[in-house]
Write a protein that binds this ligand. Structure first.
Ligand code: AFP
Length: 290
């Protein structure tokens, strides 16, 4: 059940252990702080606390040379034996969907392991995982070999599914952003999808993506009239989730191409439109937007 790459295995075991503590530590940390993350979004106490916990533990792993986080402006150079270009870089969204903490809805933690310093292309990922804090704490892990699902309890992980793939027949969809702010071409596509699939949108990417992994369908946060680059971050959300979905037999896109082939150009907090799901749905989207 362990991952063949020892550094990735240590990252995954550390994430499994930490996720159990993060879930327990959410109680009492729901308040907003008067700080903003590098993307200009208000932080809650749990954002900062989860980031500090993961930074301390992941930075200490031999073979990890950089720790980057959606909650931090700068990358942490983990030093150690590996120079910043020799070891892996972990890119973390410590608490994705933290605004759901106030309403007690699903949230997640996302970790991408890049074999390159950031900003990097998604093709440089060697593994990616997300933890879903739902009724049960689960983790979906994609490596170069396979996609596996685990239940996390007591700091340990128990595999419940292996060789996870998206169901062929899509059932659900979820699109972010305000509908009046969608572009006309995306609105046209969304109107078609609305007649075919069931709406599942919960405000935390991980909860919505896990619906797509479980039932088949599409999740997207499109480029908007007011913000053509969209909301989600390429390094911390788009590429890791795109890697997982593509390893599970689906597709990812920024509306034009796979998220994994996007050449980063605006630093580690660069935003991108994000679409992930069954290949035919993504193909249709790219045709519609072209
Ligand atoms: P927060 O972490 O600020 O709650 O944002 C969550 C998120 O980055 C992603 O998880 C969701 O898919 C998306 O934003 C929800 O955005 P909207 O609130 O605009 O729907």
């Amino acid at each position: 059940m362990t991952v063949s790459d020892p550094v990735v295995e240590t990252v995954v075991a550390t994430l499994s252990r930490s996720a159990t503590e993060i879930r327990q530590g959410l109680v009492g940390r729901r308040g907003a702080v008067d700080e903003e993350n590098p993307s200009g979004e208000t932080q809650v106490e749990a954002d900062i606390w989860a980031d500090e916990l993961l930074a301390e533990r992941l930075s200490a792993i031999d073979g990890i040379s950089q720790y980057a986080s959606e909650e931090r402006e700068a990358i942490i150079d983990c030093g150690g034996d590996a120079a910043s270009t020799d070891g892996y870089t972990v890119a973390v969204d410590p608490l994705d969907g933290s605004s759901n903490l106030t309403s007690n809805n699903a949230m997640g933690t996302i970790v991408g392991v890049y074999d390159a310093p950031l900003p990097a292309r998604g093709e440089d990922l060697v593994a990616a995982a997300y933890v879903l804090y739902g009724p049960i704490t689960t983790m979906l892990l994609a490596t170069e070999d396979t996609v596996s699902e685990y239940e996390l309890t007591g700091g340990e992980r128990r595999r419940i599914r292996e060789d996870v793939t998206l169901p062929d027949d899509p059932v659900v969809y979820g699109f972010g952003g305000r509908v009046p702010d969608w572009t006309d071409t995306f609105t046209e596509y969304a109107r078609e999808i609305e007649t075919e699939l069931k709406l599942r949108y919960g405000g935390a990417m991980i909860g919505d993506v896990n619906q797509v992994v479980t039932y088949g369908g599409i999740f997207g946060y499109p480029g908007l009239e007011s913000r053509p680059e969209g909301k989600l971050r390429l390094q911390f959300e788009g590429s890791p989730i795109g890697y997982i979905i593509e390893r599970a037999g689906g597709r990812s896109s920024n509306g034009e191409q796979s998220l994994l082939t996007v050449e980063p150009s605006e630093g580690i907090h660069e935003r991108t439109p994000v679409f992930v799901g069954n290949e035919p749905l993504i193909d249709r989207l790219e045709t519609q937007l072209s």
